[in-house]
Design a protein. Structure first.
Ligand code: SF4
Ligand code: SF4
Ligand code: FES
Ligand code: FES
Lengths: 166, 838
């Protein structure tokens, strides 16, 4: 149970919203749950539904709507490459396919070591600095703009080193 | 008064209230603007862009604020640079809307082409084919071919069960959101939702069981494509092969208007069979909705277990016999019994059946009784809701008190209509011993203890009572004040936790409250019984009365008992003792099935189901409504009124037994409230809005879905009896006993004879259960979902224990018609674990 595992966080989040508008707390609670296991588990959705007085389906819909929430486990780092029109005009598609080639995976897949998952996403509001991607992990969200395939691989290498040291 | 505005749509002048949307204004004058996501019962969302129109507004001179005129003196119209969505744009004065131009057509063509990029167009195997808005609009606007790459078409799962009742075809979904919005906005069961976005969007459910809503079937009517289908009808038939018959749902007192679609088919050995049940529009009763029990529960009428021939007990065995022999025997024994004849009929019967039953019985000075656990039908005839009553109109200024009823389970469409009235501003007061779903919309919640129903309502009459419910700041006093001060007020009383005696007291208390607050004799005021059967009100009107305690002697002295459409011994084996069935008592059962009671009968007579014959029911609101024969009758069965008439004939008296219309004429001649009514009057219709698909081409399909137009009668609301009653005497009623108290509650899906034969519903019906408060369970050592054994009324039963915080402590809820007979509150003993049979 989310509320039992993180009593303080849960309470703090709920306290921010009026008691008759508990559903407003759904977004931060989802983040909390996702931090726990890298994605929002079914059980967590049920907990959050109960906390926010919503139906589980409604909570799941929110997870489905936002590309920042996941309902399935994946790599430790999610690399989300924008392939929307402005980025595409600056070579995002090629960037993405090269990246995948280098990692030996397809879009949506995870590297065998479980470290990196590559995804194609819609506009991240960094159009002027394309190609770009954001990474999402337990450390939060980071933007990587004006990327080349080399610079991207450097970022990933750094994670690998970090992993080894840990 | 709302301001009216005039505008021109495709050259036609329209005057509509300010705020009306184009799409509706156009429909009012017969112009169909194509839509997918818009639905007249829901807020517009403007998601699909199909409804594009060219909108021109009068030019206004900025300096003078006056309209600019052209050389002919007519106002100059300025059209927008882009097209507007007719479903989101409200009308304004002097507007000119063009929907029939080439520009608009081209735009619509683009939208259809776009929608079709990901649509399989598998119309030849699609259940919606033939009545599909997308199919029709593709024919009307679609491009002959697509410019998009065929290989890029998405291929998605085509058989996704959203629960066992509704299936989703992901490929066909055009993401209009009607289904999700219906569940959310209209019924507030948000158990289906969108998942993901764009082309990956899909409809999902996370409830347990999947798509857990008793209104789920309606989404298949309003889905503008074949993406949502019912397990009952999918792959069952093509819509154009179906014939339609108007009928009335026989499952609850709401009396939803329905249409049976039937087909003669090889699959059924050349027989004509019912393929599906659809809502038939009646805006004052069920609008264009029905609940899933009404949609899927009809299968009992086609069960193989139906009786097909009269049976006579010979040498202890029920043996097939001819009608002549059976009727002759029954007639002679009824004549011999004379005033010792006791007739027991139920609200499953039509008014014609009940009328004849009473005529036959009274012909020999016997006693006719109503088989029910609810009282108060005499009161609803006097202080009921007056003609003109419409839940759909109620809002601000109206108070609605729902007492001892779990409407979601007992009468789903009333739940819906009352919820909506509350959302429009009506003061909803929910009084019950336990929380129910309707409370979420209530402005006052009154919580009493089981047994204090009548007392609590009586307290409202004298405007006192400090009872408050945690989380609800209101008290009985606040609620009574709101009720008394409301311009209009309605009470619906049910039988949550009540037996006949309790129900009698409660109905009297409710009637008193209405009289005392002068909420009687006017439209949108009065008392409504949430009966357990479709025609209980009609049975009261036909003069049948329940067997209250004081009528027990009648039971015991009966020489012949005529049980029609009821199963007293099946419902309560303990009754056998009360009936004092001696070998000398002659028992006749007239039913569809060989019930427990029928097994003990001397003669069994096979009757026809309501789907096979004509008749009229009187709903809980006291609206008399006709149903028509949909499916061919089983050979050698007769409608109940005809069987009764034939018995009467053999007894030497003449009863009308040929056509129900003639029986109804007699009802109109003898029952005051029915004076002036006739089958022809009941078949009258009126204008209904929103207009629904109708006729061969069912043009309104895409406007509001596949519900049927009402062409065979909206029914007639009965007047109140001319002598309003003086305040009723309310016997007080108190529960005795300590320990655990068992109380009966109603659940929508039960093991009753008119539900259980629908195999489709078995998963929802589940095992027989008993619900306890966790604290009581702990005390008894009962774990959640474990088997328990219970002793009730001297008999032993097994059940699954449900633990539920909302059950009052000291109380065990036992569902009616699920296998444990319970007539009213009584003491129960519950033990954990399996019952050991020694
Ligand atoms: S399933 Fe039908 S009603 Fe629901 S969004 Fe898809 S097309 Fe619309
Ligand atoms: S609400 Fe009642 S009358 Fe209407 S469909 Fe359901 S069971 Fe039938
Ligand atoms: S299009 Fe890629 S960030 Fe906006
Ligand atoms: S946008 Fe108007 S009907 Fe869909």
């Amino acid at each position: 149970m989310l509320a039992e595992k993180y009593p303080l966080e849960t309470q703090n989040i709920l306290a921010k919203y009026p008691p008759d508008q508990k559903r407003s707390a759904v977004m931060p609670l989802l983040y909390l749950a996702q931090r726990e296991s890298g994605y929002v588990t079914k059980a967590a959705m049920q907990d959050i539904a109960a906390l926010c007085e919503m139906s589980v389906t409604e909570v799941a819909s929110i997870v489905g709507f936002y590309s920042l929430y996941y309902d399935k486990p994946a790599g430790k780092y999610r690399v989300q490459v924008c392939t929307d029109l402005p980025c595409a005009l600056r070579g995002a598609d090629e960037f993405l396919s090269k990246l995948c080639e280098n990692l030996g995976i397809k879009v949506g897949e995870t590297t065998p070591d479980g470290l990196v998952t590559v995804e194609a996403v819609m506009c991240l509001a960094g159009c002027d600095k394309a190609p770009m991607f954001q990474t999402q992990s337990s450390e939060g969200i980071t933007y990587h703009e004006n990327q080349t395939i080399e610079s991207a691989l450097e970022v990933i290498d750094a994670w690998r080193q970090q992993e080894k040291q840990a | 008064m709302t301001k009216l505005v005039s505008l021109t749509i495709d050259g036609k002048q329209v005057t509509v209230p300010e705020g009306t949307l184009f799409v509706d204004a156009a429909k009012r004058v017969g112009i169909d603007i194509p839509v997918f996501c818009y639905h007249p019962k829901m807020e517009p969302v403007g998601m699909c862009r199909m409804c594009l129109v060219d909108v021109g507004r009068p030019m206004i001179d900025r300096a003078t604020g006056q309209p600019v005129m052209d050389e002919n003196g007519a106002p100059k119209i300025q059209f927008g640079a882009k097209l507007d969505t007719a479903c989101t744009t409200p009308v304004s004065e002097g507007m000119v809307v063009i929907g029939a131009s080439d520009k608009v057509k081209a735009a619509r063509k683009d939208i259809v082409e776009f929608i079709l990029t990901s649509h399989p167009l598998d119309c030849p195997v699609c259940d919606k084919g033939g009545e599909c808005p997308l199919q029709n609009l593709t024919m009307a606007y679609g491009p002959g071919e697509t410019r998009f790459l065929y290989d890029d078409k998405l291929h998605l799962a085509k058989q996704v069960p959203l629960g066992e009742l509704i299936y989703l075809d992901r490929e066909r979904c055009i993401q209009c959101g009607r289904c999700v919005r219906f569940q959310d906005e209209i019924v507030d069961d948000p158990v289906i939702g969108f998942f993901n976005r764009g082309r990956s969007l899909e409809i999902v459910t996370h409830s347990d069981p999947g798509f857990d809503s008793v209104f789920s079937g309606n989404t298949t009517d309003i889905c503008p494509v074949g993406a949502l289908t019912t397990a009952d009808f999918r792959f069952g038939a093509r819509p154009w092969e179906l014939k339609s018959t108007s009928s009335i749902c026989s499952q609850c007192p709401v009396g939803c208007n329905i249409t049976f679609n039937v087909r003669r088919e090889a699959a059924s050995g050349g027989k004509t069979v019912i393929k599906r049940v659809m809502p038939r529009q009646n805006e004052t009763v069920n609008e264009i909705w029905i609940c899933d029990k009404g949609r899927f529960g009809y299968h009992y009428t086609e069960s193989d277990d139906r009786l097909t021939t009269p049976l006579i007990r010979k040498n202890g065995e029920l043996t097939p016999a001819s009608w002549d022999e059976a009727l002759g025997l029954v007639a002679s024994r009824f004549s011999a019994a004379g005033e010792g004849l006791l007739t027991l009929g139920s609200g499953r019967l039509s008014n014609e059946d009940l009328f004849n039953l009473r005529q036959l019985t009274e012909g020999v000075k016997g006693k006719a009784a109503l088989y029910t656990h609810m009282a108060g039908g005499d009161l609803t005839a006097q202080v009921g809701v007056a003609p003109g009553t419409d839940f759909g109109e109620m809002g601000k200024g109206t108070a609605i008190l729902v007492a001892a009823s779990d409407l979601y389970e007992e009468a789903p469409i009333w739940f819906l209509r009352i919820k909506q009235a509350a959302e429009r501003g009506a003061t909803l007061i929910v009084a019950n011993a336990r929380p129910t779903k309707l409370e979420a919309y209530a402005s006052h919640v009154i919580r009493y203890r089981y047994g204090a129903e009548a007392e609590t309502i009586a307290a409202m009459t004298v405007d006192r009572g400090p009872t408050t419910v945690a989380g609800h700041p209101s008290s009985v006093a606040d609620a009574s004040k709101a009720f008394a001060e409301a311009e209009n007020a309605v009470i619906l009383f049910g039988s949550d936790g009540l037996g006949l005696e309790g129900s009698q007291a409660l109905s009297a208390a409710c009637a008193n409250l209405l009289v005392a607050t002068r909420h009687v004799g006017r439209a949108n005021n009065g008392l409504v019984g949430v009966w357990s059967r479709a025609n209980d009100q009609g049975a009261w009107d036909m003069g049948l009365r329940p067997l209250t305690v004081d009528r027990r002697p009648e039971l015991q002295s009966a020489k012949a008992i005529y049980v029609v459409a009821a199963d007293p011994f099946g419902d309560d084996p303990g009754l056998l003792a009360t009936f004092n069935l001696q070998p000398a008592t002659f028992l006749v059962v007239q039913d569809l099935f060989l019930t427990e009671t029928a097994r003990r009968a001397d003669v069994v007579l096979p009757a026809q189901a309501f789907t096979e014959r004509e008749g009229a029911y009187t709903s809980g609101e006291r609206r008399v409504q006709r149903f028509y024969p949909a499916a061919p009758a089983r050979p050698d069965t007769w409608p109940d009124f005809a069987i009764t008439a034939q018995i009467a004939q053999k007894m030497g008296s003449i009863l009308e037994g040929r056509v129900p219309a003639a029986v109804f004429t007699q009802i109109a001649a003898t029952v005051a409230a029915y004076a002036g009514l006739s089958y022809r009057k009941l078949a009258e219709t009126n204008d209904q809005w929103p207009s629904v698909g109708s006729g061969v081409r069912r043009k309104g399909l895409y406007f509001s879905g596949t519900a049927y137009e009402n062409k065979q009668g909206v029914g007639i609301h009965l007047p109140l009896s001319p002598t309003p009653l003086p305040p009723v005497n309310m016997q007080s009623f108190h529960l005795q006993g300590e320990g655990l108290l068992a109380v009966p509650v109603t659940c929508l899906y039960d093991r009753g004879q008119t539900v259980y034969p629908s195999a489709l519903l078995h998963q929802r019906i589940g095992e027989v259960w008993v619900a306890l408060h966790p604290a009581d369970a702990e005390r008894l050592g009962v774990v959640a979902n474990s088997r328990v054994s219970l002793t009730l009324g001297g008999a032993e039963f097994d059940a699954t224990a449900r633990l539920d915080e909302s059950v009052p402590q000291g109380v065990a809820l036992i569902p009616r018609s699920m296998g444990i007979p319970i007539n009213g509150p009584e003491a129960v003993e519950i033990r954990a674990g399996e019952r050991v049979v020694l």
